[in-house]
Design a protein. Structure first.
Length: 441
């Protein structure tokens, strides 16, 4: 057993709406009105009350001010400047200067914009280095960018895979690949945290090695932003993109963000200009020539959805009230560490080095690194057999434990430090035990 930290029984913030068992369809629960155990912030964060209130405010402004809301706003939040506070808070989240950050677009759209600016293949330096099994949308983007330059993705994209029998990548293998292939690599582009395994890649060392070999280094921070400490400016990252609907709780399909290091601001100007990237002082004079805002915000194209922006703003204000990433990371380490220990004490847990995927005996292992510095909030559980995961996942949902399934055999559980508690983790493990016991009957 391990000592119980009772401070983790209380949510860090009570600002979030947690669905009840009845609302998530937990048909096996008798306590229908009790909150479910929501461990899926790695896929979609919960709705904050602050976000809900701000969205309602903007609907009221729309209904009472209409177009005048762009300049005359009762809460001093004119729509022409609706991203100002968000940009400042996002910069804190990712460790950047405000001029290096833009709240805009969607993740893959932003990725294409950044690749179009920074991926400049030549006859000898044209390859893209990424992790094997990167998030599919990223893989589609890499392949389509290669094709747009007349290149064959099969010979352009280098994927680094784990060693045989291992689930995650070793830092030394990534760095060795950059050393070996670096002269032919134009772009190194990894996920900050791998969506499937939950591995937190060493962003600083990979960036440094890539740049030593003359490569541009960018990052997809979809699962890292709002989850782990980031220092994009100090780490000299060239560019980064992220969504905000996971750990940052902006809502389904929420507006995204991008980072462009200030060292590039005089060199890489927006190639696909849009009016919202034009400097505000003359934007509404509709001049014929594009004059971009200095820095990342010059990459904006169209005016953002105000409702999406304030939904994000509401959650970021909760982050700020909680002390931003430092306190959140401290609590996250305790919560995920406790969940990890409880799972490893289960009679159904199998150590990764002896795990047999083909076994018909119900069991699971954890494919996320055991070292806390190599992971965020998420733990990925790999199950034995061909259909055990599906049965376990169904049992969890019916009993009010909401995680995330990745077919055919992985369930991801992520205790979000803003709203999850130690009791959530304990309950989830107890229901998981029940689920596996029911499968083995």
């Amino acid at each position: 057993m391990f000592p119980r930290d009772t401070s983790l029984d209380i949510p860090l913030s009570d600002d979030f709406n947690v669905p009840t068992n009845q609302q998530v369809g937990a048909t096996s629960r008798s306590d229908k009105e009790s909150n479910c155990v929501y461990l899926c912030g790695n896929s979609l964060g919960l709705l904050s009350k602050s976000s809900a209130a701000l969205v309602q405010e903007e609907l009221q402004v729309w209904g009472t001010r209409a177009v005048l809301g762009h300049f005359d706003h009762p809460d001093n939040r004119p729509w022409t400047k609706c991203t100002d506070e968000v940009n400042a808070l996002l910069a804190e989240v990712v460790g950047a200067n405000e001029i290096e950050v833009a709240c805009m677009g969607t993740l893959t759209n932003n990725l294409h914009l950044m690749m179009d600016s920074f991926y400049k293949p030549t006859a000898t330096r044209y390859k893209i280095l990424c992790e094997a099994k990167a998030f599919p949308s990223d893989q589609y983007a890499f392949a389509s960018q290669a094709l747009a330059h007349g290149l064959d993705p099969a010979t352009t994209i280098i994927e680094v895979s784990p060693r045989p029998g291992e689930f995650t990548l070793r830092e030394e293998d990534i760095l060795a690949t950059i050393d070996k292939e670096g002269d032919s690599i134009a772009l190194v582009l990894f996920s900050g945290i791998q969506y499937y395994t939950g591995q937190w890649f060493p962003i600083e060392s990979i960036t440094r090695k890539a740049q030593e070999k003359g490569c541009i280094c960018g990052w997809d921070l979809a699962h890292a932003a709002g989850n782990v400490p980031l220092s994009l400016h100090d780490w000299n990252v060239d560019f980064a993109v992220w969504c905000t609907y996971k750990y940052i709780n902006s809502g389904p399909g929420g507006i995204a963000g991008l980072f462009v290091h200030e060292k590039w601001h005089e060199i890489e100007q927006p190639k696909f200009a849009g009016w919202w990237g034009h400097e505000l002082s003359t934007r509404f004079k509709m001049p014929p020539k594009f004059s971009p805002i200095k820095g990342a915000q010059g990459f904006q194209q169209s005016n953002p959805s105000v409702l999406a922006v304030v939904s994000l703003l509401g959650s970021l204000r909760v982050f700020k009230k909680a002390g931003m990433i430092g306190p959140l990371r401290e609590r996250s380490l305790k919560l995920t560490g406790a969940l990890d220990q409880m799972l490893r004490q289960s009679k159904y847990f199998v150590a990764p080095e002896v795990f047999d995927k083909q076994s018909t005996k119900p069991g699971f292992t954890i494919i996320t690194p055991s070292e806390p510095s190599q992971r965020g909030a998420q733990l990925s559980l790999l199950f034995t057999g061909s259909d055990i995961m599906v049965k376990v996942f169904d049992y969890l949902v019916k009993n009010g434990v909401i995680g995330d399934e990745r077919e055919p055999d992985v369930i991801r559980l992520a205790p979000a430090p803003l709203y999850n508690t130690l009791k959530d983790c304990e309950h989830a493990v107890a229901i998981l035990e029940e689920a596996l016991a029911s499968v083995s009957l």
